[in-house]
Write a protein that binds this ligand. Sequence first.
Ligand SMILES: *[C@@H]1O[C@H](CO)[C@@H](O)[C@H](O)[C@H]1NC(C)=O
Ligand SMILES: *[C@@H]1O[C@H](CO)[C@@H](O)[C@H](O)[C@H]1NC(C)=O
Length: 359
Amino acid sequence: MRFTGFTFGAAAMVHLAAAHYTFSGLLIDDKLVGEEWQYVRRHDRGYMPTFREEAATSDDFRCNKGAGSGADTDVYTVKPGDKVGLRQAFAADGIRHPGPAQVYLSLAPGSVKEYDGSGEWIKVSQDLACKAGLSAKDLQTDGWCVWDENNISFVVPENIPEGEYLVRAEHIALHGAHEGRAEFYYACAQVKVMGSTGTSLPGDKVLIPGVYGVDDEAINFSIWGGKDTYPYLPGPKVAPGGTIRGSADGSSAETATVPVGESGSSENEPPAGESEIPVPTSTKGTAAETTSAAPAPSVPAGEGGSDESVTTSAAPVPSVPVEEGGSDKSVTASTTATKGTETPRPVCNSRNRRRRHSL
Ligand SMILES: *[C@@H]1O[C@H](CO)[C@@H](O)[C@H](O)[C@H]1NC(C)=O
Ligand SMILES: *[C@@H]1O[C@H](CO)[C@@H](O)[C@H](O)[C@H]1NC(C)=O
């Protein structure tokens, strides 16, 4: 009996380890450099996820629990064009939860070893859906670009300033998102960028916490509701020079670079208005703004957030799906749709209804 219990326990643990994950290895051009946790801040959460309430409010959401300091973590020097990835810890046997992946960067004011991540972050990489003919079932499994992959990566853009950075790779697992239980898996590497030419961080900036709100459509998306696209972007738009892989409907698995010319010039954030350029005004700083824009899709939300989607609404060309504003636009549009159609469905069976009334 005891023996059986032990066996079962061990098996359960292995299973858990396979389902959950975090990131511990630094990959440069797809090769592991150094040891695990040498360039990635070791944290105390093991392979357990973070949930949305904590994600929305806790400083631990930057580099994970117990990783506020980088004093014991080395810094790896990279240059523009280098592919930098964070590889899964433990078995590194692939991400097998459905959901998008992101890479965020924050420039340390000085040494990244002493940086707590409280400054501004930009998003430099976004992985969405990568399977042509995406079905609802694909969105529950391998329709996602990073499904079965063991690392989340980005290419160091030319247009960021030289300096020391936190590189935060994140996967959001959506299988429990319909119950408000999206799972966040993330960790931070420390790199020093040399040879780049930017004078300030390009694109939309967010703070962490703040990048996601508890009601964000992107992290509150039910993969069980029959949807066959994921027309959202978690957090801010990808910064100019960053990349977007896949798309909302999976029609392309290609990686597109967000042009530097167009919105790269908007770093100085001109006043909101009828600019032709997608202007990253509203997302600046507080993601609370970003996210609060989303739940109120009926009103053409104040602030630049949705202005720019209107401005760039010419963008959604089928072949180049998620470049820049294109995705933003779909966010706004489908937000409205979601509200109208999906919400009633799960709630509308009589049992739920009754329960709701009795509350
Ligand atoms: C990182 O992920 C990519 C995509 O799955 C894979 O081709 C590559 O081998 C991985 N790199 C390492 C070092 O495991
Ligand atoms: C999901 O977000 C919507 C608002 O967009 C909210 O009404 C709903 O309660 C959220 N669902 C859960 C399970 O948190």
